[in-house]
Design a binder for this molecule. Sequence first.
Ligand code: GRG
Length: 287
Amino acid sequence: MSFEREYAQRKARFEETLSEFVANLKNIPQPLSASIIYSLQSGGKRLRPILLYTCAEAFGVKNSCGLDKLALSVECIHTYSLIHDDLPCMDNSDNRRGKPTNHKIYGECTAVLAGDALLNLAYELLFDAAIDCPLDERDRYLRAGKLIADYCGATGLIGGQTVDTVVDDTKHISTRLNYIYQHKTADLISACMAAGAIIAGASEHDVALIKSVGDNIGYAFQIVDDLLDLDSGEDEGKHTFVNVYGEKEGRKAVADKTTFALDTLATINGDFAFLRSMIKNLSLRKE
Ligand code: GRG
């Protein structure tokens, strides 16, 4: 099966899980409910849940009962981060995924609350996954949940966003860039991959290797984002990797980090065929 077809199938499977989740969201007052559902279902590549399922499978798990909840949880976190990032106090964006941003439709106050609610929903899902699974799997769900929480907190995703939006340090550009790319972008990607591996019972050593694969593809993913934004002029004047080091260095860093990720993966036991295709594809992506 072609990579595109397999990705589309995996994505369609997650869309079904997400639709079921959305249909079961109850008792949320309007317009909060509409605002949450608008952003959860406004498209997107669903990269993070697919990475989570793919890593769990690579280490031998096909159907652990709470895996869907973990996948929904990371998509809720991703969605909240996008809603908040688009707000006037952050990136002030009017459009995302070709549609008006959440606050453009529902207003700033509801958009902030929709982001808050999605972050809370993410933790409800993580707790549910640990509560609902068989006792012998509980420890894995707790460890995966804790790892996701750590990577998305003040020393992870939120820390990265803080340095990107609030800290203006032009003297230490390379340290600042590394911090932002690692935490704002790579941490959630790494967390999804490591969580999948933990649920499958991978050893600590292998989980650490998977994190390093995630860090490298996450960093490369952000540089590809910069490269894609070059044409739109969106990043003009911003200290992105590509604006600071140039397009050629950007492309080289993507190639080097992709090679490092693939080489690291080659040292781990598991069935990584689809993950390898995903990694190669991410470096070539056009959206
Ligand atoms: C508000 C705490 C907080 C964090 C915001 C997500 C984010 C951090 C900022 C958005 C801007 C940005 C360039 C983030 C880097 C990660 C990234 C490229 C996000 C977009 O991810 P995709 O391409 O999005 O997977 P889709 O639309 O496919 O879901």
